[in-house]
Design a protein around this ligand. Structure first.
Ligand SMILES: Nc1ncnc2c1ncn2[C@@H]1O[C@H](COP(=O)(O)OP(=O)(O)OP(=O)(O)O)[C@@H](O)[C@H]1O
Ligand SMILES: [Mg+2]
Length: 146
């Protein structure tokens, strides 16, 4: 199973890339794809198509295009649910301490990170940001420990 994670521009500009990635590595999640990108309008609109028409849609598109984004494909058993748990609730002000948003964000407008919320979302979102050749299949050394 795979999921798409984006460290949004606020996470990159606040120098939280390492802190955020270490949460996933410490949990034992394998990073299968990783790059820094500028999100084009077309990519932003495809990625957030599900939110089109909502009051925050325009500002969401602006936000994701406002600076560099670190895009990742995470791979592993139950990785979608595990990742969403590590990320925490949408609103950083309400997210539990110990989660990425709970520890680093106190707003819903700037919540540092995106993570796919279902298999269907992941299958839709991953190809927006990654070519197949950019997703690498390798074995974790300590896989058998989980
Ligand atoms: N009420 C809101 N006001 C402002 N921004 C919002 C609001 N609701 C959601 N957003 C923004 O839109 C993004 C997508 O919203 P969604 O409901 O999918 O939340 P999420 O699944 O927790 O977050 P994400 O999809 O980024 O992982 C949120 O991460 C946040 O940046
Ligand atoms: Mg979402």
């Amino acid at each position: 199973m795979q999921t798409l994670v984006l460290i949004k521009p606020d996470g990159v500009l606040r120098l939280k890339i390492g802190d955020i990635i270490s949460r996933f590595e410490n949990k034992g999640i394998r990073i299968a794809g990783l790059k820094m990108i500028s999100v084009s309008k077309e990519m932003a609109e495809r990625h957030y198509a599900v939110h089109k028409g909502k009051p925050f849609y325009e500002s969401l598109i602006k936000y994701i295009m406002s600076g560099p984004v670190v895009a990742m494909v995470l791979d592993g058993k139950d990785v979608i649910d595990i990742t969403r748990k590590l990320v925490g609730a949408t609103n950083g002000a309400k997210a539990e301490p110990g989660t990425i948003r709970g520890d680093f964000s106190s707003s819903i407008d700037f919540n540092l990170i995106h993570a796919s919320d279902s298999i269907d979302s992941a299958n839709y979102e991953i190809p927006i940001f990654f070519k197949e050749s950019e997703i690498i299949n390798y074995e974790r050394v300590d896989k058998s420990w989980l």
